[in-house]
Design a protein around this ligand. Structure first.
Ligand code: GAP
Length: 502
């Protein structure tokens, strides 16, 4: 796997991602997605929505506002408790995030460590500023929410949402009234979230402005039987339980069936969502072996959470969270009931009583982190070709087909083919440079298929299709081109079965 710096350089060179506002010096932790990046990112979100909302009967979606009422964040606890511990140098005023600093310096896990524990460690281990070796001030809490002023002179302070999830809880009643849902059900949302991170780092991994794809999955209190469990029982994944972590053991690959029967995963819903999310990422081209699921240790759990697992990916900077699957119980809805004084309970036909549903799982994935792992798994340097081949899944590839006339004289005829194809697929028309150079350019962009138009194409009414991953070439009749490309991109046919091998 290439380093994170090499990935940053590649993404910039090919127009996937670059620093935002750089014309004026940029802002740490804020990036823009370029022409190829926006397509890839949109494709990830589109596939997620299709898989998690459109293909499921019991999940519906919303698109909540980004600027949201202060009371939402008071109720959720974000205004009082959504903070990281900050250490500031007395001399040079350098600020570092306490838990990350402790982890880097002492090579121990500092997840969930409070400011007093960090203060004690700083004193005990005589830790100094990494910038100037000066002493630190007492560690303090730094709230991550971004306030915004609404209107002129209204005195109304609102907040950029710190997670998409709270809008799902705040809209719960509206969705219940309109969508005719019966427990168990989920409400999904994809969109921007904002956190004033003390130390954004590792490119798209820790940002101040990012996107989330989240589901709040509601069940009756105490329900831990998942009706979909059979779909995932045989699915295997590396499991790293809290017990394995405290005994310094390695993660162990096992099926969900085994994990449930050994009571490593206790709740069927967690097993279902963990496996489902791993399977989803594999279905869009991720390498299954680069993941593990890690259980939070007791000290990492939020006070309302009885269990939490992260799906982690092995980045060049270590295993890191892609997605958290937390059991939030009735915490959020109860908080909003108490703060809004509105009834957010639902009537349960079976028990003929009102109840506040529990969130048994909150599959919450960062779009930008998914983007990054997809790029790492797709990036391949081909020594023979002497260029990068971005082996993106066709579903995600920003450009699906490139049309390349062999010589300039054929530009007009090739353009006609391109104009037809672009009605169906995101297409690229390239006339500049040798054909080898143009193939290499498409390899680096991740384009699965190139269509080459030559003089025989005019005579025989056919063209050459070149496969990105194998470089094999086949001849296909022009009249079947749309259908053949569609079959290839959707995996309905193998490349070598789609035409005459050259
Ligand atoms: N509603 C639950 C929630 O927001 P979280 O673990 O704070 O939980 C969920 O965030 C996911 O959002 C993470 O697993 C990660 O993929 C993404 N995420 C969180 N903070 C991020 C950041 N600063 N930059 C990029 N992605 C982030």
């Amino acid at each position: 796997m290439i380093s994170i710096d090499e990935m940053v350089a590649f993404c910039r060179r090919k127009g996937f991602v670059f620093p935002s506002s750089e014309l004026y010096g940029g802002i740490a932790g804020i990036y823009d997605y370029g022409p190829l990046g926006v397509e890839l990112k949109n494709n990830i979100k589109k596939e997620w929505w299709k898989n998690h909302v459109q293909e499921r009967d019991e999940i519906t979606g919303i698109d909540g506002a980004i600027i949201s009422h202060q009371k939402i964040w008071e109720a959720s606890g974000h205004l009082s408790g959504f903070s990281d511990v900050i250490l500031e140098c007395k001399k040079c005023k350098n600020r570092v995030r306490g838990d990350h600093f402790i982890e880097d310096k002492l090579k121990i896990s500092a997840d969930g460590m409070k400011s007093n524990e960090i203060n004690n460690l700083v004193k005990e281990k005589k830790l100094k500023c990494p910038n100037c070796s000066g002493e630190f001030n007492e560690a303090s809490n730094f709230n991550l929410m971004f306030p915004v002023n609404v209107g002129v002179g209204t005195g109304l302070t609102a907040y950029l949402r710190g997670e998409t999830a709270q809008l799902i809880f705040a809209d719960f009643k509206e969705v219940m009234n309109s969508a005719r849902l019966k427990l168990p059900f989920g409400i999904a949302q994809v969109g921007k979230a904002f956190r004033n991170e003390i130390a954004p780092r590792n490119f798209l991994f820790r940002l101040r402005e990012f996107e989330q794809m989240e589901i709040e999955y509601f069940v009756k209190p105490g329900d831990n039987k998942c009706p979909f469990i059979d779909e995932v029982l045989n699915h295997k994944i590396n499991i790293y339980s809290s017990e394995m972590q405290s005994k310094n053991q390695k993660a162990e690959k096992m099926s969900m069936k085994e994990a449930l029967s050994k009571k490593i995963i206790k709740n069927e819903w967690h097993a279902f969502w963990l496996a489902h999310e791993h399977m989803f990422l594999i279905s869009i081209g991720a390498n299954p072996d680069n993941f593990r699921i890690r259980q939070h240790k007791k000290e990492e759990l939020a006070h309302y959470s009885s269990d939490c697992w992260d799906l982690e990916y092995n980045f060049p900077f270590g295993f890191k969270e892609i997605q958290g699957i937390a059991d939030r119980q009735a915490y959020d809805l109860t908080q909003h009931i108490n703060h809004s004084k509105q009834d957010l309970s639902i009537f349960d036909e079976e028990s003929k009583t009102k109840l506040v549903p529990h969130v048994v799982a909150e599959p919450s994935m960062g779009v930008d982190r998914a983007f990054l792992l997809i790029m790492f798994d797709a990036y391949t340097y081909d020594k023979e070709r002497e260029n990068v081949v971005l082996k993106l899944h066709p579903k995600l590839a920003p450009i699906k087909v490139a049309v390349l006339p062999l010589v300039n004289k054929l530009n007009e005829d090739a353009k006609k083919i391109h104009d037809e194809l672009k009605k169906e697929f995101n297409c690229y028309f390239d006339t500049s440079g040798s054909i080898g150079r143009r193939y290499a350019r498409q390899d680096e962009m991740g384009t699965p298929i190139c269509v080459t138009v030559d003089f025989d194409s005019l005579k025989d009414k056919d063209c050459t299709l070149r496969d990105r991953d194998s470089t094999k070439q086949i001849r296909v009749p022009l009249k079947d081109l749309n259908m053949t490309i569609w079959k290839l991109l959707s995996g309905k046919i193998n490349f070598l079965d789609a035409g005459k091998l050259l």
